[in-house]
Design a protein around this ligand. Structure first.
Ligand SMILES: [Zn+2]
Length: 203
């Protein structure tokens, strides 16, 4: 499936108002816990051992809950997920994430998702933090003695028409580093090519 069709499919789900479909989507993408938690009620004979069940609960905003079938206590399906601290619906949070990927300005998203501008800011900030953490944990090391590292920068989000809402789009510059395999470095040296080329296969 093409990227455009996939985006269309995701947006259809998010705008569907079909909570079953939305919850299935976040489960399938593992954006919420998928393994049943164990009952945490100390007064339950199944405390720490009884697996809770994923159950529909019409009176709840999410319309689903984890439930211990022994003591009948509930647990939110949002526990330990990105959705946990938001009062918005799961679909609204997903729409915020979708728009963050597209670098949509705060005001536009707040209007579209029907939420406070400050909530958009909080969500965007949390997403940035998550990305920074993933980058930090990936521990990439490049270079070293006798190694060549290419660097390049690129503008990912451009202002296309120089007018209207385009000008509110924040430009995103990305800085990249690339270490060529040693074999390729030798070939390049023989031919006297510039190692700071922006095209790894430049002729
Ligand atoms: Zn229980």
């Amino acid at each position: 499936m093409g990227k455009k069709n996939r985006n269309r499919e995701i947006l259809n789900i998010l705008h569907s108002n079909n909570q079953e479909q939305i919850v299935n989507f976040v489960k399938e993408k593992e954006l919420i816990q998928t393994t049943p938690p164990l009952c945490a009620n100390k007064n339950c004979k199944g405390f720490g051992t009884k697996q809770m069940s994923f159950s529909p609960r019409k009176s709840h905003k999410d319309q689903y809950n984890w439930r211990c079938m022994t003591c009948l206590t509930y647990k939110s399906i949002r526990t330990n997920s990105f959705f946990e601290d938001f009062k918005l619906t799961i679909a609204q949070v997903l729409l915020l994430i979708y728009n963050w990927c597209k670098q949509t300005p705060h005001d536009t998203v707040a209007e579209e998702v029907v939420c406070d501008r400050a909530v958009v800011g909080t969500c965007y900030k949390r997403l940035r933090k998550k990305c920074a953490k993933i980058n930090q944990n990936s521990k990439i090391t490049l270079g070293g003695e006798g190694r060549q590292v290419e660097i390049d920068e690129s503008l990912f989000v451009r202002v296309k028409h120089h007018k209207g809402k385009d000008l509110r789009r924040q430009q995103v510059w990305v800085f990249g580093l690339y270490e060529r395999p040693l074999e390729e470095q030798k070939i390049l040296k023989k031919k006297g090519r510039c190692l700071f080329s922006t095209n790894s296969r430049a002729s």
